[in-house]
Design a binder for this molecule. Sequence first.
Ligand code: GAP
Length: 493
Amino acid sequence: MENKKQDTASALKDIISHAKEYGFVFPSSEIYDGLQAVYDYGQNGVELKNNLKMVWWKAMTMLNDNVVGIDASIFMHPLTWKASGHVDSFNDPMIDNKDSKKRYRADTLLEDRAAQYEAEGQAEVGKALLQKMAKALDAGDLEAVRQIIIDENITCPVSNTANWTEVRQFNLMFSTQVGAVSEDASLIYLRPETAQGIFVNFLNVQKTGRMKVPFGIAQIGKAFRNEIVARNFIFRMREFEQMEMQFFVRPGTEMEWYAAWKEVRMKFHQAIGLPASKLKYHDHEKLAHYANAAVDIEYEFPFGFKEMEGIHSRTDFDLKAHQDLSRKKQQYFDPEINENYIPYVIETSVGADRLFLAILCNAYTEEIVGDGDQQKQRIYLNLHPAIAPIKVAVLPLVKKDGLAEKAQEINRSLKFAFNTTYDEGGAIGKRYTRQDLIGTPYCVVIDYQTMEDDTVTVRDRNTMSQERISIADLKEKLGYAVSMERIFEKLLV
Ligand code: GAP
């Protein structure tokens, strides 16, 4: 078997069309030509995404005795965003090309140039460029950022000119009005991160759960950002989902916990099937307004290594800011040292959609099977069985002679334990292919021998090999093979 090499643009294009054709991801409101940077998950996509969310949720709350979950609202009191710094600082620097009228993020133009230097073996030059940019951005010197773009001779890919506007800051929060009568209505934001819902509930959870520092609060939910440039499919969306965990620690211990969570999170991505060679850490050059240390876990997407998860040491910035603005104490009494303090926070934050995209890119496999004239291309999704949308397809070899009824009976007995599908339409080879394309790890085939000895064949998606096993053993054998337990076992070693 041989895997086909592809250039990166066509690799992403193939993945996008596969996602659409097999019910994973559709453009939003497609009949009206879609809405930029907004997507819908289809029948297979929602199963895969739910599985990713569930495995993250359980890895956080079930495997850690000191991590609990919440589900806060998307709307929050507008002062939340004043305290968090998002009203004043949640900006991206944008720049327009006057000839093409295309808009870009100034920092992304420079990051792409730095990546180009790195690819050409001049990593140091790239690093120096990023440092120069970070210095200019930290100083709020947007003219300097523009000058770096000019000095680097960066041109617009559409017009090929360097006819740039000045660089301006653009706030990424979406706002709307709450209240029925326009005079009484007040400005409210769609949350740009789920983290603040955790911070404002810190004391509620700590007190009602009798939590002792160190402890964590996890949450999964929608976030919204008016991204200047939305590209690369579901990588950068305007409506997306985050899986965040804030871990509250004693001040002074944050770097130990930062290092510990960095490792735990890297292990998680490998346990769900992403290869170590396609994952790396990337320390931030420019720290967010709330962080004293930050690292990304990057995955090698078809368009290069890009951020999938952020791990931040957020100090006591958020709790302190909420305490100051709300005038409600956000302190914790630590009985071990007999002291009151505002805890420091380590945050892990991964986008559910970005993780989905990484998993899909990694799973998408094209290979040539067969020899000589019999050679043909096979496409399948090499998903970890525990996160595959459907775990088992039950297929009667033929519909007649009681085989279909027997297969339906087996399907009924398995469907309480995991997601199954029953398919009796068409040649068996075609039915295998249908399942390969959506990543179903196992096909159970009911044939004439089944009617004699109550055994079935189980076909493995990746190897296409078949094993004969007794119906009585099916549930247990397949149950373990498709269980999340297999992932959790890897996390605990
Ligand atoms: N609470 C911290 C925070 O929000 P972030 O680095 O801005 O930090 C965390 O976002 C994660 O959320 C990112 O690593 C990414 O996976 C995801 N994310 C951020 N913006 C996104 C977008 N526009 N579309 C999809 N995912 C996004």
